[in-house]
Write a protein that binds this ligand. Structure first.
Ligand code: BYC
Length: 321
């Protein structure tokens, strides 16, 4: 007996869904004006807006270090990186707007905790090496996930991913270059790099989402060609690339159970998912501070929004005349 499709909304038909899924099956991109199931639209707005929020909140942990960068070269690299993240937020908010979401609605959802942003940005940056470790591990994890999303079925999201990934590649390289240099540097530099790895390794693994068995959205997102790999598959790719490179740099990965299996995959020990959910809910980590900073930035920007509105109103009045 065929299971009823629970994603068919009352005003949608099975035939519409079948035609839509056939387009995805043929590898066609779904574009903004095309027919799509309401649930596809809802899921994409959820995921793309949360991705946008992550880019913008993600400017905060590294941005704190711009004033204390050790050299002019490192400072200019970091400034460029943080500005890139703002740009990524813009592309992604625009991609979500093509689905009917409004900027005001998305920002309100972030500030009132109805929308999430990546758990990784609720961890503090307590030393300069954290900037390098974020580049190497956090951008490294993000690239694995976003390279997959560049093949997503929704055209505007997939195209945003292509551009973002090319910029993230530079972020990843600068982080790796910094940490590898410190790992063979002075004892103090080596200690700083190791301490950063100790604090960022597990959050970086968690950032890629809960295990597949605990991921309620993966099923439908895979069926509709948005997620082309599961959370655990992307996590495995991330570890397979990064574990040997970190070890080669002379660092110790803080997981006594980490080992390579017969297939060559690096297997990690148990992940503390209690910490993950507590960090997302703001019960642990810097959730309250991050949102307070975003709220203050939003309030400080009120005059810009008012000025833009006044300008638009005047242009409209002139056009009406
Ligand atoms: N943090 O069913 P699941 C960057 C939520 S920024 C918080 O597996 P899904 C960078 C999930 O939303 C790059 N929440 O969800 C920027 C869901 O809750 P809702 C960030 C998480 O969507 C600045 C629930 O848990 N990348 O690179 O199928 C500086 C169940 O999960 C997290 C993106 O945002 C988390 N880590 O898969 C440096 C990529 N994980 O929404 C670097 C786009 C899960 O049902 N997003 N949740 O209430 C995705 O690819 C997917 O959303 C995820 C999760 C793989 C993250």
């Amino acid at each position: 007996m065929t299971q009823p499709n629970s994603h068919i909304a009352p005003n949608e038909t099975a035939a519409q869904h079948a035609a839509f899924e056939a387009r995805i099956e043929r590898g066609e991109k779904i574009e903004a004006g095309d027919w799509m199931p309401a649930e596809y639209r809802r899921q994409l707005i959820r995921m793309i807006s949360q991705h946008a929020h992550s880019e913008v909140v993600g400017m905060l942990p590294e941005g704190e270090w711009i004033a204390s960068a050790p050299t002019l070269k490192r400072k200019t690299i970091l400034m460029a990186k943080v500005q890139d993240e703002a740009g990524h937020g813009q592309y992604l908010y625009h991609a979500a707007e093509t689905l009917g979401a409004t900027r005001e609605g998305m920002i309100d959802a972030l500030l009132t905790r109805r929308a999430k942003y990546s758990s990784i940005f609720n961890y503090p940056t307590t030393s300069w090496a954290d900037v390098g470790m974020i580049g190497w591990l956090v951008d490294g994890a993000a690239i694995k996930n976003q390279t997959m999303l560049a093949g997503a079925s929704y055209g505007p999201y997939s195209r945003a991913m292509v551009r973002i990934c090319s910029e993230e590649t530079f972020h990843h390289k600068q982080g790796k270059e910094m940490i590898v240099a410190y790992a063979v540097g002075t004892p103090a530099q080596r200690e700083m790099a190791q301490d950063a790895l100790n604090r960022w390794w597990w959050p970086a693994l968690m950032m890629l989402g809960p295990h597949d068995a605990d991921s309620p959205n993966t099923g439908i997102m895979s069926k509709w060609g948005v997620k082309l790999k599961t959370n655990d598959e992307v996590r495995q790719e991330f570890i397979n690339e990064h574990a040997p490179e970190l070890l080669e740099a002379g660092l110790t990965i803080p997981d006594p159970d980490l080992h390579q299996d017969e297939q060559g995959n690096w297997k990690h020990g148990p992940i503390d998912w209690t910490e993950f959910w507590a960090v997302i809910k703001g019960e642990r980590g810097l959730g309250a501070e991050r949102l307070a900073t975003r709220q203050a930035a939003h309030d400080d920007g009120a005059w810009v929004r008012e000025a833009l509105q006044a300008y638009t109103d005047r242009q409209r009045a002139v056009a009406a005349d």
